[in-house]
Write a protein that binds this ligand. Structure first.
Ligand code: PMP
Length: 357
């Protein structure tokens, strides 16, 4: 740290992204990316013509991209916000709507680590709400109308989802607060709350192209909500980085929506692979949560969480381990192709066998 850093940030603990190692080719099941490539339409869209126009700024209004997203979800352009990955929207949410005075925020104690980082970054008053012992969310804990609410649905890293009805009850109970539902993983079998944004002006649903749409490398996220909430996010965007979607990502994003069926089919495969892998893990003595996401959250009495993570890594399979005490015996395993899952299962069998000797 230099001696010049703003004193507000001296104690800030930055978010640690999952490993992106370059030392060898891993079966990479640690950052919830899609194992499938972008659709053929996306590959065609990023053509020489687009590349040759990189000397020109992209459209700051992102009209074509917003229209494509609005069309898919049955909303209007004014209800859509797009940004450089959904992390950016979370950042803007905390910047726009949370503070240390009248606008505190609460979120589940076990959830996406970035919520706390943003809360700290903006010196927001925040409360971490404990989960039930089975890692599910007690919705009544969010009924107070006393703080903004941020919930990942399905939650991460547990994969456990709330129903649309449960989300609605939280939104209804907080008429004077903004409720952000982070639907990064919703396309793998959970219920989306996007429809509810037409009925409630305090609901912001945040989505990403990084998981179900195979575009983590393009950095594209979007939010859907009431036009005034979206205008607030636009204000922050135009005060920080007006050209936040680059030209290539813009055309790729439009093309991905046109190829929606391809992605829906891929999500189905991931769901099947998730169910298959969970069944096999249970046979091996693991416990798994009821995940509706593209990852599995699993633990076993036969092998510690960190030990399993390290032994899998030695064998070329990368999963995500968190050191927080409540979840350190678990691993979060991204669901990949059937072949990748079979390699994972094979390596786990080897590790368990080794421990028996
Ligand atoms: N929300 C959740 C719950 C996530 O796990 C992630 C991925 N790390 C994100 C948001 C951010 O995704 P991205 O910025 O790639 O859109």
């Amino acid at each position: 740290m230099s001696r010049y850093i703003n004193k507000k940030f001296v104690k800030l603990e930055a978010y640690t992204p999952g490993e992106q190692p370059r030392d060898m080719q891993y079966v990479k099941l640690n950052t919830n990316e899609s194992p499938f490539p972008p659709s053929a339409g996306v590959l065609r869209a990023i053509d020489k013509e687009q590349v040759s126009m990189l000397n020109l700024y992209p459209d700051p209004t992102c009209a074509s991209l917003k229209d494509a997203i609005a069309g898919l979800y049955g909303v209007e352009r004014k209800n859509v916000f797009v940004s450089n990955g959904s992390d950016d929207i979370l950042n803007f949410f905390f910047m726009a709507f949370c503070d240390e005075g009248e606008h505190p925020v609460k979120f589940p104690a076990i959830s996406y680590g970035f919520y706390q980082v943003y809360a700290e970054l903006y010196a927001t008053d925040y409360r971490k709400i404990p989960l039930k012992s089975d890692f599910s969310i007690r919705i009544e804990d969010y009924f107070g109308n006393d703080a903004n609410v941020v919930i990942a649905n399905p939650n991460a890293p547990t994969g456990i989802a709330l129903t649309k009805y449960e989300v609605e009850s939280i939104v209804k109970a907080n008429p004077d607060r903004v409720v952000l539902i982070d639907e990064a993983y919703v396309d793998f079998g959970a219920q989306s709350s996007i429809e509810l944004t037409k009925k409630y002006d305090n609901l912001l649903v945040v989505c990403t192209y990084s998981k179900s749409r195979s575009m983590a490398g393009a950095r594209l996220g979007f939010a859907i909500g009431n036009e005034e909430l979206i205008a607030d996010l636009e204000k922050i965007k135009y005060s920080t980085n007006p050209y936040n979607i680059n030209r290539l990502t813009m055309v790729a994003g439009v093309a991905a929506i046109a190829d929606n069926e391809y992605y829906v089919a891929n999500c189905k495969i991931i769901e099947e692979n998730r169910e298959y892998t969970q069944r096999e893990l249970i046979k091996l003595g693991f416990r798994v949560t009821d995940s509706k996401a593209n990852f599995i959250f699993a633990n076993s009495d036969k092998v510690g969480g960190e030990e399993l993570y390290l032994k899998l890594k030695e064998r070329g399979v990368l999963v995500r381990h968190f050191s927080a005490p409540d979840i350190c015996e678990y691993n979060r395993i991204t669901v990949g192709t059937r072949e990748q899952m079979d390699i994972l299962l094979q390596k786990i069998k080897e590790i368990l066998k080794e421990k028996e000797i």
